[in-house]
Design a protein around this ligand. Structure first.
Ligand code: SAM
Length: 425
């Protein structure tokens, strides 16, 4: 039987996956370039025919599209996110939907701020300050630092919401934007003054917060940790899973939040960003730790004979191409760890899902040294091996964008981005 979502033409809001988030209440406060649309989440929820009290799962929560939209659609949620900054922001959005935050407390402090006049070196390490000064004008940085210091005055259960609002102002005042797969300083971005940024986010928050019906009697569990910790959750607690894992050669999810990791002192140096954040992410081309690369053969043991039949030739080809290239990147050592780790987390999703429930996954293919890694089809295979049934895969779009075309080899062939469905029997 075909899932009706798969027989219909692709909903326009889904095809370019995060195109509509900036128009949706709450989602728009902090929008994720690597996210999908709230419409996608709502479509999957409708199709699943959930009952009141059901819970939606997302092991790779990002900035919270799945949990926020699930709560807005009146379902409880459980999510994980390994980047602590993303996890805090997503939690704050969920708290806002549940009505447990107090915007008035936040904005009354932010409207009274005076620029910090002390030494910035008393607040930040040399690494952090050098980076922050490159992308935030010092006049704005001093007001933002004053906002950071005054976070201590905020009521405990309102702190993450305060952090979300200040982070949005930080983003708007900075001269930093996503370029390709990295977030980098730029002179092209129109940036706001602190005051204009404050007024902009305040208008959005007040409009959304006071117009949305508050969702009571719903439960939101947003875990600030790697999705591996789902292994400590009881079985059969979720009735639907909607998710998108990191792609094999996509964003460095730690590097792209470096400004915020430094600003809030989640990390004080690039070494700390690597140790505390990059090391817990699913390994991909931009974040794989050396220790995993060295032991990559070990991860092959966690993959099935059938799966390795497809993947071994790709790894062999990557080894050959490495010797022919100037950069000599160890892409071959990434493939087993990536799929083994993703498999582990999808196996946990299978265990957490009740019988007769759905999983929806958005995932894109990769090109490494001109070798096509069909991540979409391989993820489908992993889901089948784990036990998901009635699987279907649909091409959503091809991602042959200008940046990829100019910088990625093999990009003459566009990179597929897929929607995969499975049913937990
Ligand atoms: C494609 S994004 C998901 C975006 C999300 N669907 C949204 O709309 O905001 C993948 C996310 O997985 C996170 N991630 C990477 N490794 C993880 C892990 N081991 N456990 C949990 N989250 C992880 C990344 O930090 C990133 O935020």
């Amino acid at each position: 039987m075909q899932l009706s979502l798969f027989t219909e033409p692709i909903h326009p809001a889904i095809a370019p996956t995060n195109l509509t988030s900036s128009r949706h209440p709450v989602h728009r406060w902090a929008n994720f370039i690597a996210g999908y649309s709230p419409e996608f989440v709502s479509l999957c929820i409708q199709e699943a025919n959930l009952s009141p009290g059901d819970t939606v799962l997302d092991p790779f929560g990002g900035l919270g599209t799945t949990p926020v939209q699930s709560l807005l659609d009146s379902f409880s949620t459980i999510s994980c996110e390994a980047n602590p900054y993303f996890a805090d922001l997503a939690t704050a959005k969920c708290q806002a939907v549940l009505g447990t935050v107090n915007p008035d407390e936040v904005f009354s402090i932010l409207h009274q701020l005076v620029p910090y006049e002390g030494e910035l070196t008393d607040i930040y390490s040399v690494d952090a300050l050098t980076f922050l000064k490159k992308i935030i004008p010092e006049t704005e940085l001093r007001v933002l630092v004053s906002a950071k210091i005054r976070e201590s005055e905020i009521t405990t259960n309102n702190k993450l919401f305060y952090r979300l609002v200040v982070s949005t102002i930080l983003e708007l005042t900075s001269k930093s934007q996503t370029d390709g797969i990295y977030k980098a300083p730029t002179t092209k971005k129109k940036s706001y003054s602190f005051c204009d940024a404050l007024l902009r986010i305040e208008a959005q928050v007040i409009e959304d917060f006071y117009s949305l019906p508050k969702k009571q009697n719903l439960h939101c569990d947003f875990i600030k940790d790697s999705a591996h910790v789902l292994s400590s959750q009881p079985a059969s607690i979720a009735s639907l899973c909607i998710t998108s894992p990191p792609y094999l050669n996509n964003f460095d999810y730690a590097e792209m939040s470096r400004m915020e990791l430094y600003f809030w002192e989640y990390a004080t140096s690039w070494r700390e960003v690597t140790d505390k954040v990059r090391s817990v992410l699913i390994p991909n081309t931009t974040t794989i730790p050396t220790s995993i690369k060295k032991n990559h053969e070990f991860y092959a043991k966690q993959l099935s004979f059938d799966f390795l039949k497809y993947v071994n030739p790709l790894v062999d080809e990557l080894k050959i191409r490495r010797t022919q290239r100037a950069g000599k990147k160890d892409y071959y050592s990434l493939v087993f760890p990536y799929f083994a780790e993703v498999k582990k987390i999808f196996a946990e999703c299978f265990r957490l899902l009740k019988s007769n429930t759905d999983i929806h996954v958005i995932i894109g293919d990769a090109y490494l040294y001109g070798v096509h890694i069909p991540t979409g089809k391989l993820t489908l295979l992993l889901l089948q091996e784990i036990g998901f049934e009635k699987t279907q895969i649909k091409l959503l779009r091809t991602r042959g964008n200008r940046w990829i075309l100019s910088k990625r080899e093999g990009a003459g062939t566009p990179i597929g981005e897929y929607w995969i469905y499975g049913r937990r029997p």
